[in-house]
Structure formats: C-alpha cells, structure tokens
Design a protein around this ligand. Structure first.
Ligand code: A3P
Length: 319
C-alpha cells in the first residue's frame, strides 16, 4: 500500500523560504535550480536529488504535467501487471484507484522516499521533476525512462483549465495563463527546458530513454502500447496479439473508459501535498488534440509557435 510522504527537513524548509516565490497559478510557485515548483511541495522535491536511490532496473515515467500522465500511468501499469491482474476483473487496481495512485510519484504523492526503498524491483515510478532535479545516478546507472510531453498550446490550455479547477481564488484568465506559461513561469516550467532535458537524454541514451508525445499516443495507441510493452520487458506474445489483448489494453485505458469508472467519476481526490486535493474527475477533461483553437486567439497561437520554434531551434525537437 502506498503511504503519504511525511518527511520534514527543517533545513530544507528554511532554504525554501529564501527562494524566489511568485503567485499567479492556483498555488504559489518557488524557483529552485531554474525550475518553478509548487511552493508547498518544494521542500519534498528538493530532497529527491540527494536522497532518492535509483536502481538499475527502475522504470521512471517522467512527464511534463498535463501531457497525459494519467493515461501513460494507466497504460504502463496495465501492461506491466497484466499477468498479475486481469484487467477485466472488477477488482483490478485501476477500477478501484485512480491511475495517478497506482504508480507512485518520486518524493511526492504516494512516493515517500523511505517507502520507495521498500518496494520490490523492478519498480515502476513516476515524476514531473526535470531531469536536473533527479539524482545524476538515474543516468549513470542507466534507469529506463519513458518521457511524455505534449504540444505546448494544448498543454497550456489543459493547465489553465486544471488550475482553475484547483483554485480557491478568482479564476485565472487565459491571457494571464498564456503570459506566465510563455515566460516559463508554470508548474515544473519553463516547459521548454523540461522537454529539452529529456529530449537530449533520449538522444544520449536511446535504448534506455523513450521520448513520447501525447499526440503520438492519440494517433496510434496500439503502436505505442506495443512499443511500451517491449520497453517494459513485457512484450505482447503472439497469442495475446491473436486474442486481441493489445486492443483490450488500449480500450481499457482509453479516455472514455477510465473517465467512466466510478472511482474516477465520484471516487474522491488525490492529496497533492498540503491542503491541496486533486479531484479524480478533473484529470479527465476532454482528451483531444488541438483543443487550443477553442480557447486561444490565432495571434496567441502564432506567438506561442514562434516561442517554441526559437526555444527548440537546433535541437531536432519540433511541434
Ligand atoms: P485535457 O485537459 O486537454 O483534456 P495529466 O494526466 O498529465 O494531468 O494530463 C491531463 C490531460 O490528459 C487532460 O487533457 C486529460 O483530459 C487527458 N487525459 C487523461 N486521461 C486520458 C486518456 N486516458 N486518454 C487521453 N487523454 C487523457
């Protein structure tokens, strides 16, 4: 069973208090080593780099938030545990828990560092932290990483809706969200540095780091499921292919299927540190590619595209 993090290091707390903190999103963010972290979580995240002990056979699902973390967790969990849990069973963990819960977040929700030590190998873990805030041993020992990001305009629209659901104050306007996101001021932002760190890692360690985009899963979920299964050392067998298991996994993890499970419709909330709770239902909004056009002006779209082009220029990464 996953337990909540309770580690409290007073020296880290004092350090967080000295770091730049800014308001604008649903909670204040604190700048730590060039990345903006939710202030109420910063202390826990700052402990990860020195205290999380990666193992050679760990598999880390690293995502930029609002890129489909919930979906990736559901797919990876269903695929890697399918010999243990029949996903047709009423008590499959994804029918009783939200996908965010079945894969612990390193150092955060369900992923207390002491607790992670007790998990048997191979561990399936997750994080929104940029690579630079994970221990260097993740690269040095060769942990496998699946990274997921999303077309930035859609990621922003998803972030904006989500933060407005979490916000207890006045609604955040899209104009403000847009400006903050383009300044690099967003949870785990700047988004471009987050994408680029993992992109470069995937070029340096192609066998061990799989770089995915949300749009790629939408356009061919079967292909991604097969790729993921091989990467997780659990390739689909010929028998499974013939009996339609790949289709069943994909349809079980689809937006409609997960969204309509009781646990995700009415099943409560995840504690995201402090007094912040994330309603399960708010993790399933629309699940579409290109929804930005319904919210942003053409000019905003063009401005963001120019920023993205400039930031990713020469990297080989394009959107
Ligand atoms: P939208 O807000 O555009 O609908 P994360 O899980 O990283 O927080 O990302 C949330 C985004 O993924 C939301 O996007 C959500 O609707 C979408 N999503 C969640 N589960 C999904 C699934 N099974 N298939 C496709 N999209 C999904």
């Amino acid at each position: 069973k996953i337990k909540e993090s309770s580690s409290n290091d007073p020296s880290e707390e004092a350090l967080v208090a000295t770091l730049p903190t800014r308001e604008g999103w649903s909670t204040p963010l604190t700048l730590h080593n060039n990345f903006w972290l939710r202030s109420h979580m910063a202390q826990k995240f700052m402990l990860v780099r020195d205290n999380f002990k990666p193992r050679r056979d760990d598999i880390i699902l690293a995502t930029h938030p609002k890129s489909g973390t919930t979906w990736l967790k559901a797919l990876a969990f269903t695929i890697s545990t399918r010999s243990r849990y029949d996903f047709a069973d009423a008590d499959h963990p994804l029918r009783t828990s939200n996908p965010q819960r079945v894969v612990p977040f390193i150092g955060a929700v369900g992923g207390d560092l002491d607790f992670l030590e007790t998990l048997p190998s191979p561990r399936l873990l997750s994080t929104h932290l940029p690579l630079s805030l994970l221990p260097p041993a993740v690269s040095a020992v060769g942990c496998r990483v699946v990274y997921l990001c999303r077309e930035p305009k859609d990621a922003l629209v998803s972030r904006w809706h989500f933060d407005n659901k979490m916000s207890k104050g006045d609604p955040i306007t899209l104009d403000d969200a847009f400006t903050m996101f383009c300044e690099g001021f967003s949870p785990f932002g700047p988004f471009w540095d987050h994408y680029l760190q993992y992109w470069e890692e995937s070029l340096a360690r192609p066998q061990e780091v799989m770089f995915l985009r949300y749009e790629e899963i939408v356009s061919d979920p079967l292909k991604v499921a097969r790729k993921l299964a091989s990467f997780l050392d659990a390739p689909f067998t010929e028998d499974e292919e013939k009996s339609g298991v790949v289709d069943q996994v994909v349809s079980f993890c689809s937006f409609e299927s997960l969204r309509n499970l009781d646990v995700n419709k009415t099943g409560g909330a995840e504690r995201a540190g402090g007094k912040i709770f994330i309603q399960h239902s708010s993790l399933f909004r629309k699940g579409k590619v290109g929804d930005w056009v319904n919210h942003m002006t053409k000019e905003m779209g063009e401005k963001m595209d120019r920023l993205v082009e400039e930031k990713f220029k020469g990297s080989g990464l394009e959107f």
